[in-house]
Design a protein around this ligand. Structure first.
Ligand code: FAD
Ligand code: SF4
Length: 478
């Protein structure tokens, strides 16, 4: 490819389609992208040393056979590479885009360990599966036999959908219930489109629908339909409802207009990208355009908020975190991306309150230092007296993480066992809860985690559900 073309691609690749130069829209951009991606994938795949101690594979939650599909890609045998990669991963093109590879496969690549820079495993995985979709190698779901047993899945996020995929391929009747109007869970409404383009998620949902999975959307279990009714209608149930209770800041002024929750902010932005009518976005309430934005938190959700605010045209974006860079929970790669985009990180800073009265105009910031380690070995932030100041802000986004909702109470199933953190208690291998025929997977068991772990749980739970239903069939036949 001409170097000039490649440079042009690199410059515009990070922009949203609307911001790309008109000359590079649609077909042009797509062609340049394909050419560039093909070269990059082959080049990266060839860098794998086939070391024989695949730490990348053991640090991938799905134990993807990475060295083999890298070798096949380097040899130009892309369809075989795809077959191998999809054998262990339900959504390889999604993981390739959004896994925090620096903490998983790529962080453990021996080439990275020896200081030569990791093979970019995630982008090769994405390339292989995107190519498979384009070339029609992604097979429709066509069960060889239809079975009569039916399974209910509550929650259409990656945990629920990966279980639905496994079960349906084996011929089980699968109904997925979700309270949102679209399936996909946080892949649809949480993770921003610049990290995970929505058509990529929607094509998987369409594949499941075409394969015979039924979706009952706009259905909040516990409100529109009881858990008992679902249990009564199906032979087994998988709960994959994720964690949605925001951890809110407790400080004076937190109720002011302009202090919002991360998920409300990100959902509004994602809905807008679907072309939905979003009054809170149009009114400016959940839109950073022309505003001084302060995001509070140091995890990946905070990174998504700051990067969304940059794209919405905020005049300034600051991220306040009470520890330092080395001790933040978010991916270092994401911090670097945010910094490159102009986000200002204000380390060792915590909110004490909000100024402005009814409408926020600033955050009272208290400066911190790191003190003694706590029981987990992590240094505890301590207050520095007399170092407070006010950081001007028109929009403050709280991104302090999520907790599980109280499912036993909300669903009227007091006998469903939960942990002291409110997550559902389930066997770590079979994902069985204490209720017969009821399984649980993904964030609702692990607490806020990752898409790749939800996929693994969903696949394992599906296997366990099939074993349970076969056992029930044997017992019934006796
Ligand atoms: C902003 C943000 C960014 C993230 N970025 C990344 C990332 O880059 N990479 C990564 O790997 N992970 C990321 N994560 C984490 C990842 O999205 C989750 O770990 C993953 O989606 C969990 O999957 P799940 O299937 O368990 O739950 P979810 O994806 O949360 O899906 C649960 C579904 O259950 C439905 N539901 C809940 N209660 C009910 C009910 N009562 N009735 C009916 N339906 C119900 C919900 O509507 C939802 O659709 C991010 C999370 C957030 C919040
Ligand atoms: S699923 Fe995630 S961790 Fe596993 S190989 Fe792909 S990008 Fe790496």
């Amino acid at each position: 490819m001409a170097t000039q073309k490649m440079l042009k691609f690199v410059t515009v690749a990070k922009e949203t389609p609307e911001k790309r130069p008109a000359t590079l829209r649609n077909q042009d951009f797509h062609e340049i992208y394909r050419e560039f991606a093909a070269e990059k994938a082959a080049e990266q795949a060839a860098r794998c040393s086939q070391c024989g101690v695949p730490y990348c594979q053991s640090h991938c939650p799905l134990h993807n056979n990475i060295p083999d599909w890298l070798r096949l890609t380097a040899e130009g045998r892309l369809e075989e590479a795809y077959e191998l990669s999809q054998a262990t991963n339900t959504f390889p093109e999604i993981c390739g885009r959004i896994c925090p590879q620096d903490r998983l496969c790529e962080g453990n690549c021996v080439i990275e360990q020896s200081g030569h820079g990791t093979v970019t495993i995630g982008s090769v995985e994405k390339y292989i599966t995107d190519t498979a979709w384009e070339n029609g190698w992604v097979k429709p779901i066509k069960p060889a036999v239809e079975r009569t047993e039916s399974v209910a899945i509550i929650g259409a996020g990656p945990g629920g959908l990966s279980a639905a995929d496994v079960l349906r391929r084996k011929g089980y009747q699968v109904t997925v219930y979700d309270r949102y109007d679209r399936a996909g869970g946080l892949m649809t409404y949480g993770i921003p489109g610049f990290k995970l383009e929505k058509p990529v998620v929607m094509q998987r949902i369409e594949q499941l629908e075409l394969g015979g999975v039924s979706f009952v959307l706009n259905c909040t279990v516990g409100v529109d339909l009881s858990f008992d009714a679902i249990r009564g209608q199906h032979d087994a149930v998988l709960i994959a409802t994720g964690v949605y209770k925001s951890r809110d800041i407790e400080a004076p002024g937190v109720g002011a207009r302009g202090v919002v929750r991360a998920l409300d902010y990100l959902t509004a932005s994602n809905r807008k990208s679907f072309g939905d009518d979003v009054p809170e976005y149009d009114s400016g309430e959940l839109n950073a355009m022309g505003k001084r934005v302060v995001v509070i938190g140091g995890g990946d959700t905070a990174m998504d908020c700051v990067r969304t605010a940059v794209r919405q045209g905020a005049t300034s974006v600051k991220c306040l975190y009470r520890r330092d860079r080395a001790n933040m929970p978010g991916s270092q790669r994401e911090v670097q991306n945010a910094e490159e985009e102009g986000v200002d990180f204000v380390w060792l800073s915590a909110p004490k309150g909000f100024t402005g009265g009814e409408t926020v105009d600033g955050v009272m910031v208290q400066k911190m230092r790191l003190g003694q380690p706590d029981a987990s070995g992590r240094q505890m932030p301590e207050l520095i007296e007399g170092a407070d100041y006010v950081e001007g802000a028109d929009l403050v986004v709280q991104a302090l993480g999520f907790e599980p909702e109280d499912i036993p109470t909300l669903w009227g199933v007091s006998d469903l066992a939960v942990t002291r953190w409110g997550t559902i208690k389930a066997d770590f291998r079979t994902h069985a809860t204490n209720l017969p025929g009821v399984y649980a997977a993904g964030d609702i068991v692990r607490g806020a985690s990752l898409v790749v772990w939800a996929i693994r749980d969903g696949r394992e739970a599906a296997d366990a559900i099939m074993a349970y239903l076969k056992q029930a069939e044997v017992v019934a036949a006796e």
